[in-house]
Ligand binder design. Structure first.
Ligand SMILES: O=P(O)(O)O[C@H]1O[C@H](CO)[C@@H](O)[C@H]1O
Ligand SMILES: O=c1cc[nH]c(=O)[nH]1
Length: 241
């Protein structure tokens, strides 16, 4: 049955789904990396494509920005038969350890957002990536020679409320950077028994309006996408054995 927001039928979506926030990134990934990519939904600009990468069927589904939209998309993907959700996003660095365009593989996301708070009724919970996805992403990054960090990130709602002081405080608790969707993707995936992961490329320092130069960020995003797709191939290979 077609979903309210993702106008797709079961069978349109692959078991492995990459989740960029930006519809332009979804189209670029589909056009650059997937063979026989087909657009299966474009309602509300939540562009979704399915094709194959090194013989593995993969979808790329836009989440839009923020947890409310990401939670809807993850829920509807689960209903459409997705089994592994991997966010491919950008993130604001919280610490000088994370440099412009660096790859950050999230192990978990501090849920500083209203969506997961409502879903959990305020109960304490630690939205986390699936171990197999983190393991595959780190193995892929190593094999492809992509420098990376693996660790805690924070998901929040208010992009312009983040300040350098806030970043410093959370960096002192181990947070590498901030983004806006991972906690919801991790929680919805857990509720449906799906695997989830989140890879990000650093687009700026928190509180710094200056983005990484376009071409530098584009290279970081490209490295992140190649690592995510290689991780999908790795996960699919492991499942086949
Ligand atoms: O680049 P994407 O994947 O959209 O991710 C980040 O960028 C947006 C904010 O600029 C938020 O969606 C945040 O999570
Ligand atoms: O949420 C985000 C994403 C990228 N950069 C930020 O500063 N915040």
């Amino acid at each position: 049955m077609s979903q309210i927001h993702l106008r797709a039928e079961p069978g349109d979506v692959a078991e492995y789904v990459l989740l960029p926030g930006d519809p332009g990134r979804a189209r670029r990934i589909a056009e650059t990396y997937l063979e026989d990519a087909r657009l299966y939904t474009e309602h509300r600009q939540l562009l979704g494509f399915t094709g194959t990468y090194q013989g593995v069927r993969v979808s790329v589904q836009t989440t839009g920005m923020g947890c409310p939209s990401a939670a809807i998309v993850a829920e509807e993907l689960a209903r459409l038969g997705a089994r592994t959700l991997i966010r491919v996003g950008t993130l604001g660095g919280a610490t000088p350890r994370v440099q412009p365009a660096d790859l950050v593989v999230a192990t978990a996301a501090v849920p500083n957002d209203g969506t997961t708070r409502q879903m959990l009724g305020g109960a304490p919970y630690a939205p986390a990536a699936s171990f197999e996805v983190v393991e595959a992403a780190v193995a892929s990054a190593r094999e492809l020679g992509v420098p990376h960090h693996a660790g805690l990130i924070m998901t929040e709602d208010a992009f312009y409320a983040s300040t350098p002081e806030h970043a410093r405080l959370w960096a002192s608790r181990g947070v590498l950077g901030f983004e806006m969707e991972a906690s919801a993707v991790f929680l919805v995936a857990a509720q449906h028994g799906l695997r989830a992961g989140c890879l990000t490329a650093c687009s700026n320092d928190i509180g710094d309006p200056q983005l990484v130069p376009d071409e530098v960020l584009a290279q970081g995003v490209d490295r992140m996408v190649r690592v995510a797709l290689d991780a999908v191939v790795r996960l699919a290979g492991a499942e086949a054995h």
